[in-house]
Design a protein around this ligand. Structure first.
Ligand code: KG4
Ligand code: ZN
Length: 354
């Protein structure tokens, strides 16, 4: 059965509906979620096409796009949920980590709506929200399938690679993380090296499909005796290989490079997460963040015979606001209400959360 937190006395009766707002990176998103699990709406406006022309995220452009899109997206989220602001109990909004100028747009929107409608604000850590995407309903999972504690969570996104031990809700013990590039960042950089478009993760995944993942034996940084990761050596190895191949003046075997690179990343992520789960006697494993959309990674995790692995459906792996409302619920019932003077926290480690 699912474990739950006791509700605080000031928690309203009946279902709790939170409007979620997410603008930390390059998705402008709003949602309404009931009781941290039932998604009533989940609207995402991606800026991928705009940033693709720059080969990566252009922060000023990102905040301007958020500012243009956020109000219509919030309206759409309410409309799709068939609700008005009178029907919601609060606004969960991403406070960090992320791009400062982008976070401010979401925060200011949430503050304005909160002030005008006398609603509380619940400030949310984006990494915590990725974790709580695993509690959201989807056609493939039932309430009894909720992640069980203690669990080991692997968060793999464009900006983060974190291995976390959770003994219960809202408690995070950081076991390790990347010492250099995040897993998603490695996908994005290697994609650029071999001429693929931004974002690199999906492009590498598609390109790898036609390739031989044993064509190149790229290095795996195991970093024995630690739960940390490192992907910069792998990236450099790919760069060297590409330079060598370019000298031959034959067409670059992008499929083989993508497949061999992807397998090297997946090998390290899966092996280290499974051994952490063993070491800390975890019941379950949870994998979240943009890179968890990768099918090679999903398959390797799901095929293990020791642990139940919870990985959200694809739409909830990459940035969205349903996960913000989801995490918001657990904080709301614990009594968290934030001031209207809160500021963006561009660097906000999960381990600082209480
Ligand atoms: O969680 P997310 O949407 O945004 C951040 O919080 O960073 O993650 C975006 C990252 C990008 O680096 C993107 O290349 C990667 O997730 N990504 C993938 C896949 N889909 C997105 N990486 C590998 N395979 C994928 N299918
Ligand atoms: Zn994210």
């Amino acid at each position: 059965m699912s474990e739950s937190l006791p509700a605080k006395p000031n928690t309203p009766e009946g279902p709790i509906r939170l409007l979620g707002i997410e603008t930390s990176c390059d998705e402008t998103a709003a949602s309404v979620v009931e009781d941290g699990r039932r998604i009533l709406s989940n609207i995402i406006a991606s800026q991928v096409d705009i940033h693709a022309q720059y080969g990566g995220i252009y922060p000023e452009v990102a905040s301007r796009e958020h500012a243009i899109k956020i109000y219509p997206i919030v309206e759409q989220a309410l409309q799709e949920a068939h609700l008005t602001l009178d029907d919601v109990d609060g606004i969960a909004v991403t406070q960090g980590p992320g791009l400062a100028g982008s976070l401010v747009v979401g925060l200011n929107t949430a503050k304005g709506i909160a002030l005008a409608n006398n609603l509380p604000i619940i400030a949310i850590n984006h990494l915590e929200a990725h974790i709580y995407s695993a509690w959201l309903d989807s056609p493939e999972r039932r309430i009894d399938d909720d992640p069980q504690f203690p669990l080991v969570a692997l968060i793999v996104s464009g900006g983060h690679t974190e291995l976390i031990l959770m003994e219960t809700h809202l408690q995070y013990q950081r076991l390790g993380g990347t010492l250099d590039d995040a897993a998603g960042e490695a996908f994005d950089k290697v994609a650029r090296l071999i001429g693929l478009s931004y974002p690199g993760g999906p492009a590498i995944e598609t390109t790898a499909e036609g390739g031989n993942d044993r064509a190149y034996n790229f290095p795996r940084a195991w970093l024995e005796d630690s739960w940390d990761f490192s992907f910069s050596g792998l990236k450099t190895a790919v760069l060297r290989q590409v330079r060598r191949l370019e000298e031959s003046e034959l067409p670059l075997p992008v499929n083989d490079i993508a497949a061999s690179f992807q397998t090297a990343v997946v090998d390290v992520l899966v092996t280290k997460t499974l051994s952490a789960a063993r070491e800390f006697s975890a019941k379950d494993i949870l994998v979240a963040g943009g890179v968890s959309a990768n099918h090679a990674l999903r398959t390797r995790f799901i095929e293990n015979s020791e642990f139940t692995v919870h990985i959200p459906p694809l739409i909830l792996c990459t940035d969205n606001a349903a996960m913000i409302s989801g995490a918001g619920y657990y904080r709301f019932i614990r009594g968290q209400r934030d001031n209207l003077n809160i500021d963006a926290l561009p660097n906000w480690p999960l381990s600082e959360l209480t």
